[in-house]
Write a protein that binds this ligand. Structure first.
Ligand code: ZN
Length: 295
């Protein structure tokens, strides 16, 4: 095995934490999955797993965490590295990054799950060298952006899943399920919104069901909005709902319709699935750790 620091990586999701150690994203030594229950339980389990790995393979030089949110990313804020006010029970105001960094005695790179995913795709996947955006469509809808190699934060971090799309003409009655906004994009097109409307996941609905066109339309509206705002060279669409057969192609066709020849983008390359599959997030966590070492 080549030399190099031992890196710890966590993809912290609302249902599970993926933990890994290795010398690089593609040189993982050990990996495990623990359920997301309460902060006490889950973070303690993570610490004891990393301690066990450290005892066997050596001290961890840095930890990277791609975390569900919302999270505090302002390095000068007293609660940098915390999960802030989340709808996930027990997890509001939870110290994640400082707590784990202290327990493992190493620097920590910390960012949102979607920023982690776009960083992974930027470093090793479909967005290498590109200004790019990663959109996840699953339990919620979120997106992370990278511009000139820097993750976009701003005052907090973007919440692109909460834009208000124009309502599809065959979908005027549904109120939407976002607890903050009702019929924002997440309220209309996330996995739970599809389930609330049609009683099944998109992939379980027949090919000729109206849901396929409606959901593709809403997601295309986010893509066209992003083309207008950022002119990205890649828009990567991942997450559970995107696994539905034909959805990506339907979204791309809708983007073509909305663009109507106006936006300069390479339609065959710019809107794509993640090259790293479901490993974008953990790959990004490795990169966050490496950036924490060099920062
Ligand atoms: Zn919303």
């Amino acid at each position: 095995m080549p030399d190099g620091p031992i890196i710890g990586a966590i993809e912290a999701g609302g249902t599970k934490f993926v933990l890994a150690i290795g010398r690089a994203y593609n040189q993982i030594i050990a990996q495990t999955i623990i359920p997301t229950t309460t902060p006490d339980e889950t973070l303690s389990a993570a610490i004891s797993w990393f301690h066990g790995q450290s005892a066997q393979y050596g001290k961890i030089s840095a930890l990277g965490i791609s975390c569900f949110g919302p999270v505090e990313l302002d390095q000068s804020a007293p609660k940098w590295g915390y999960i802030t006010q989340t709808t996930k029970p027990h997890w509001s105001d939870t110290d994640v990054a400082p707590y784990l960094g202290k327990a493992l005695g190493c620097p920590v790179g910390f960012d949102t799950d979607v920023n982690g995913a776009i960083l992974g795709e930027y470093a090793h996947g479909a967005a290498q060298g590109c200004d790019a955006i990663y959109i996840t469509v699953g339990t919620g809808i979120g997106a992370g952006a990278i511009v000139n190699g820097a993750l976009v934060h701003g005052a907090a971090h973007p919440e692109m899943g909460h834009i208000y799309p124009r309502r599809h003409k065959e979908d005027m009655q549904f109120k939407g399920i976002c607890s903050f906004h009702g019929d924002c994009l997440e309220g209309l097109a996330s996995g739970p919104a599809i389930m609330a409307r049609w009683g099944a996941s998109l992939s379980d609905l027949p090919n000729n069901h109206e849901a396929h066109g409606i959901i593709a339309d809403y997601l295309a509206q986010l893509c066209i909005t992003l083309l207008a705002l950022y002119s990205p060279q890649r828009i990567i669409l991942g997450g559970g709902v995107m696994q539905s057969d034909g959805l990506l192609e339907n979204v791309k066709m809708k983007v073509e319709d909305y663009s109507n020849g106006y936006f300069a983008y390479d339609k065959d390359r710019y809107i794509t699935a993640p090259l790293l599959g479901n490993l974008s997030g953990i790959t990004g966590a490795f990169e966050l750790a490496l950036r924490a070492i060099t920062d």
